[in-house]
Write a new protein. Structure first.
Length: 368
């Protein structure tokens, strides 16, 4: 190979530029989502959820659990010592709601900012990140940890739409809105990548009109898919006791539709009862069976390679078994998770009151 003498000059030129030279740095730390299996489809590890220096998206139809999961991430980050900045565009994350999930809303640990427009979010983010850099520099690994949550992009208006509202005019600005969202998210990605800041955004989706295109029931917006490091699609199934028609919560079907840390399009189902919230072990039993770590023996279960069977109340791994099963599952990091037994037809639209069984029956009748 011929000598490339120009590289010496190139190295000198790079030294004069405000660029990162060498290799890209992996995340310094991670926050758990509050559930082992959800962590797994996002990061490839049962112990890691969202990373430092990246933007993560929680997308899905109304009522799927996006704000709920974002609040769980806020509580998880605070347990690791992080300060939380909550930017609320839909008035869905009030103080009582996030406190019930475990978020500390005291002024030294939490700041709430209500916004209406895309430019307002840009100004809030710019002011915060600029102040952070002024105090701690552009790349200090020991700087304080920050989690910023924006809930949700769907509700943000352009300045034109906001002006039309003041005039009493009903008129959209969809073309500019999508461009501005894409530009905003791109600046977030560049603005935080070397800082101890993580960003989580929530957003709605639109229903797929062409089921043959491989996109599934719902599609995330282009601006979201273009910019973010991780995107989880949340859709809901109704949670009921066997033989009961009373809805006691939701079952979140979670799919990692984009991730730079593990294989995309893995799926798990997590139960969220209204009275107790999300259990870290929810969904773990199904994953353990899918991975061959646990086998079903009649109404009981047994860990593969052991003789003693055990009972799983409400299909939850017993607390005394959870640590062992998580460690065994973590060793199978290359396995692909598919939420076995859950169909797209089981997913409920926001206004669909039918059970999963009823939806399957109706869909089968339509296909005949």
């Amino acid at each position: 190979m011929s000598k490339m003498d120009f590289l010496k000059t190139f190295e000198k030129d790079l030294g004069k530029l405000d660029v990162q030279v060498g290799s890209g740095d992996p995340p310094r730390y991670w926050y758990s989502c509050g559930n082992y299996t959800l962590n797994r489809i996002m990061s490839g590890s049962f112990f890691k959820g969202i990373p430092q220096g990246r933007v993560t998206g929680l997308v899905g139809p109304s009522g799927a659990g996006k704000s709920f999961l974002a609040a769980n991430l806020m509580a998880s980050a605070q347990r690791e010592g992080a300060y939380v900045l909550m930017i609320d565009a839909e008035n869905a994350s009030d103080e009582k709601f996030v406190q019930a999930i475990g978020v500390d809303t005291s002024p030294e640990n939490y700041k709430y900012v209500g916004v209406r427009t895309i430019p307002q979010v840009n100004k809030v983010m710019s002011s915060f990140v600029k102040g952070y850099k002024n105090d701690f520099g552009p790349n200090d690994p020991n700087a304080p940890q920050i989690l910023i949550v924006i809930d949700s992009l769907d509700m943000l208006m352009t300045e034109t739409e906001d002006g039309n509202w003041d005039k009493g005019v009903t008129k959209g600005d969809q073309g500019q809105r999508n461009k501005q969202l894409k530009q905003m998210l791109r600046t977030f990605v560049q603005g935080i990548k070397n800082l101890n800041i993580s960003v989580v955004i929530t957003d709605g989706v639109y229903k797929n009109q062409d089921v043959m295109n491989g996109e599934g029931l719902y599609i995330a917006k282009e601006a979201i898919r273009f910019s973010l490091s991780q995107i989880v699609m949340l859709t809901k199934l109704k949670l009921k006791d066997a033989g009961s028609s009373k809805v006691k919560g939701i079952r979140m079907k979670c799919e990692g539709i984009k991730t730079r840390f593990t294989k995309p399009f893995q799926k798990v189902v997590v139960e969220v009862p209204y009275d107790t919230g999300m259990d870290p072990n929810s969904g773990l039993l199904d994953v353990a069976v899918e991975l061959g770590i646990v086998q079903k023996k009649g109404s009981r279960y047994v860990t593969t390679g052991e003789d003693t069977t055990w009972y799983a109340d409400n299909k939850q791994v017993p607390a005394e078994k959870a640590e062992q099963i998580v460690e065994l599952a973590e060793a199978k990091s290359d396995a692909f998770l598919l939420a076995t037994g859950v169909l797209d037809s089981d997913v409920a639209d926001p206004d669909d009151d039918r059970s999963a069984t009823k939806r399957r029956q109706d869909n089968a009748s339509e296909d005949e």
